[in-house]
Design a protein around this ligand. Sequence first.
Ligand SMILES: O=C(O)CCC(=O)C(=O)O
Ligand SMILES: [Fe+2]
Length: 350
Amino acid sequence: MSTAVAPSAAPSSLLSSLSQYESYDATPVIGTVFSNKSTQLSQLLEAPNADELLHDLAVLVSHRGVVFFKDQDITVEQQKRLGQKLGELTGKPETSKLHRHPVSEDVPELGLEISVISSKSGNQRPGYQTKTRASRGWHSDITFEPVPSDYAILKLHTLPPVGGDTLWASGYEAYDRLSPAYQKFLEGLTATHDGNFFHELAEKDGRKVNLERGAPENVGSDLTAVHPVIRTNPVTGFKTVFVNKVFTKKLNELTPDESNNVLEYLTRHISDNHDLQVRYRWQTNDVAIWDNRVTFHTATHDYAEHREGNRVVSLGEKPYFDPNSKSRREATGGYQKVSEASRLSLAGRG
Ligand SMILES: O=C(O)CCC(=O)C(=O)O
Ligand SMILES: [Fe+2]
């Protein structure tokens, strides 16, 4: 709790200073799209009121889970600056910087803070195996770290003509769809997250994992952490489900059989409820910004061509559960859409 900032008062419009830019909700539950490519993140970063705009962007991402921008000219350096700013402006600990992934390579023009997401790289993305269910891939980034991610920013510059979409799911909504009894049960549990499989990936390339990964807590070679199963987002104040298929190995207070059973239930709850998900079809140089505390995501492996981009993952606070926090529906009575008129504007897009 010590690292938490006061939840931002529910704004009358979630967009606040961003309302000057055209946007619509991709679904009621999750995802907002800035539809005009004249809305450039590079310009928000350089604006005289940049801190206000970027604060409001972080608050929007935390409420809506994921936000999309079209055809962006943002550079890698600007992407890093933005990644750090979003958390700083919403009160993250001073010691939390950009994550250095255990297996990220120090490419001279990119640096250790950039993960290259590429269909060509030897490092297959988490959860992907041929001839297994696509739903194995649902995850939040780097939850094996004691101080995991707040925000992530992905820009894809090379895309197949079709395929290679990405899906995100809402942890707020996953929580809200559980019975009060099951919610209460989960609130008493902690989970062990494990990313030690990255050692094998590094060794395959004749390397060792990075031992310093962006925060004083994220050091050393043991890639495990214990986190609460229900977590409070410090920016919105809402509760969210915080376990994922790729990294969460066990629920610590349960027997192994019980743990497997509950984890299986929760991961299916997230992957089978397609109406708490958004699926995004990328165009070249689009950017997605998501809050890793309150969403899960997975890529779609249905293409053979080259697909590539750069990702920045910033570090937030040590996860905590505030028993006085509320769920999103409890706090707002709904989903916190940016605009009640979004259906009209969608219809107008032809
Ligand atoms: O390739 C994608 O669309 C997403 C990959 C991923 O999991 C990430 O960038 O964190
Ligand atoms: Fe990811």
